[in-house]
Design a protein around this ligand. Sequence first.
Ligand code: HEC
Length: 128
Amino acid sequence: MKVKTFLLPALLCLAGAAHTADAPIKVVEGYKVDAETMKGFRTWRAAACDRCHGANQEGLVGPSLVNSLKVLTKEEFITTVKNGRLEKGMQSFGNSPQVMDNIDQLYAYLKGRSDGQITRAKVEPIAQ
Ligand code: HEC
């Protein structure tokens, strides 16, 4: 019994930690963001999504993600990034640990751009 009462809060804690990426993002002055959202931005840069979706996410050969994320659900976003739409020119990132390990953060960053909380594409960490 003692073990159980000790373990339960620890397990709840772990479950909570797995969801921190879904917590509301923190944005100051439109471009200073929390550490998780910074990871999303760095993933965007590292994966070079901007080659097709534009440096400001407003579209190039690929559609504007500012518009797309107003419509797509998070699940649809993840499926699209993971599997791509190869016949339509959208690359698949399912084999990229860099992208897939940071997919929640990438979504959070792009969703922030889409809903207008983040007012410019290039973000910086909130000063500690
Ligand atoms: C080689 C070019 C290319 C790259 C690189 C690329 N995309 Fe795309 N993406 C596209 C094209 C083209 C489409 C439109 C596919 C279609 O017509 O359904 C698209 C579609 C999407 C969609 C669906 C939009 C919608 O409205 O249905 C999402 C989300 C998306 N891309 C996210 C990303 C992310 C995130 C990255 C980087 C990890 C990325 N893309 C990298 C070309 C690209």
